[in-house]
Write a protein that binds this ligand. Structure first.
Ligand SMILES: Nc1nc2c(ncn2[C@@H]2O[C@H](COP(=O)(O)OP(=O)(O)OP(=O)(O)O)[C@@H](O)[C@H]2O)c(=O)[nH]1
Ligand SMILES: [Mg+2]
Length: 347
């Protein structure tokens, strides 16, 4: 039995409806990978397909250094609670991806400080940190860190869609592994030899309660950042509301010298409205002017007061909004199946 070089499943030639199908005997790739690679066509979604406990358990059994891949744009959703406990005594090298999406004006020192503060809050200990992204060539830093850890076998793991396979393709200067914007691309462990190192690509650990999971796959292009984020900055006074696509409404009460900076994909429309009209506008335009919407279209409201001088409202899978200045109250309306968090500003 051969394994698909792109996603790791066993290739089979019998059942077109089952995973691993290829019409040709002896092919290197399954039909799903072939169509993803060449036509950006998702034959079937695997976003709910892989049991995260099974993935973590199989990773824990493999000897080697853990390369934990984390998406800087979706940092909070990339976290794995109790990671050190799941991987007791193992060396963890953290590799941050998608740095290219954040503004160049943000220094790496500031970024590292933010990352270590967040890791402390999550009680996660790492042995090293590398920040990289598309178009950033610091492969040498990664290999130097692996050398220091005396790594031979390296297990590349992390949440779905953080960029594990993309990173490995970059390190090997090839395009062997299948990558896609759809979570759940890699389906089984895949061995990748790069020089003397034996890397293992792994299926992403399921991301729960993310906007990426809440919208239809066809809408992903509208919410995921496709290029460097251009932050949208608004100066606010008194009462203001914002509607992000058809996904989130943020109401700000009692603003005084307040600034809101939106770090979301550039394609997502940000609608600014008067607070007193916001609910009416939402009802009227949802699914028409205000798109995309989630599949379930069920929403929850949370009321918060500003906890930090500069506070981020983080919406998993969508980005974050940094609020500074005075605000009496903030009400966030968001899809019930999506996680939101409040943190000290990242930028
Ligand atoms: N801008 C940018 N996009 C990236 C980067 N790394 C990955 N991506 C994109 O993120 C998406 C997911 O990448 P993959 O490499 O398939 O992610 P993965 O972690 O292997 O995903 P699973 O196999 O589903 O767990 C793709 O659309 C990639 O093009 C990066 O450094 N910068
Ligand atoms: Mg992958």
């Amino acid at each position: 039995m051969t394994k698909c070089k792109g996603c790791g499943v066993q290739i089979q030639n019998e059942d077109p409806k089952e995973i691993g199908y290829s019409p040709k005997a002896g092919s290197d790739y399954c039909q799903r990978c072939f169509r993803l690679m060449h036509y950006d066509d998702l034959q079937y979604s695997m976003k709910q397909g892989i049991d995260p406990h099974e993935v973590l358990a199989s990773i824990a059994q493999k000897p080697g250094v853990i390369m934990w891949v984390v998406d800087i744009f979706d940092f909070e959703a990339s976290m794995i609670e109790g990671l050190n406990r799941h991987l007791l005594g193992r060396d963890i090298l953290m590799v941050i991806t998608k740095r290219d999406l954040l503004p160049d004006t943000l220094s790496n020192e500031k970024l590292s400080r933010f990352i270590f503060e967040r890791l402390k809050a999550y009680q996660i200990t790492i042995k090293g940190l590398i920040v990289t992204g598309k178009g950033i060539d610091n492969k040498d830093d990664i290999f130097t860190a692996l050398e220091q850890l005396q790594a031979k076998d390296i297990i590349v793991m992390g949440k779905a869609n953080v960029g594990k396979s993309t990173l490995l393709n970059q390190l090997s200067q090839g395009d062997v592994l299948t990558t896609s914007r759809y979570p759940g691309t890699t389906l089984d462990l895949i061995d990748v030899m790069i020089d003397k190192y034996h890397f293992i690509d792994t299926p992403g650990i399921e991301v729960k309660k993310s906007m990426v999971m809440a919208v239809d796959e066809k809408q992903l292009k509208q919410i995921m950042p496709l290029s460097k984020i251009k932050p949208s900055i608004f100066q606010l006074s008194k009462y203001q509301a914002f509607i992000l696509g058809g996904l989130v409404m943020i109401k700000l009460y009692g603003c005084e010298h307040t600034t809101a900076v939106f770090y979301v994909g550039n394609q997502l429309k940000i609608h600014r409205t008067k607070l007193e009209n916001a609910d009416e506008q939402w009802q009227k335009h949802l699914g028409k002017l205000y798109v995309p919407v989630t599949i379930a279209q069920k929403y929850t409201q949370t009321k918060v007061s500003k906890r930090y001088d500069k506070m981020d409202i983080v919406i998993d899978g969508l980005g974050w909004i940094c609020i500074s200045g005075n605000v009496q109250n903030i009400v966030v309306q968001y899809p019930s199946e999506v996680n939101i968090k409040f943190r000290k500003a990242a930028i």
